[in-house]
Write a protein of this length. Sequence first.
Length: 152
Amino acid sequence: MPTIFENPAALLEANGKHLGESAWLEVTQGRVNQFAEATGDHQWIHVDPEKAKDGPFGTTIAHGYLTLSLANLFLPELLEVRNVSMGVNYGTDKTRFPAPVPVGSRIRGVGEIVAVEEVKNKAVQVTVRITIEIEGGDRPACVVDTISRFVP
């Protein structure tokens, strides 16, 4: 269940707020293959389970950019801003991939608001650090500061 803010201005007091965790998501070979088709990245460590058995990870792994893109799936599970005319993705900062995501593993997003500011037209810009955890892992798969703008 997301942390709810009744309007964009309510975000201005939320710097440093922990937003909780999303639901777990299994990373399947099918999802990895679809991402490979969409992006043209068919490297064997992602799409060839037989060859990957003998590779550096012992199995296929998700693309780093697939893992990053799932931050957008997790964000609405972490944060909901009501009474807006629109919300837009403004960008990202400080993206890192500390650990690979083996196919078949489960991941989730953990969120924290790390910056908030009012920008033009009374919009509020919020930076949410999403740490994508691997179930049972000791390092995250991805850490990204997502930047969103909410217009009242």
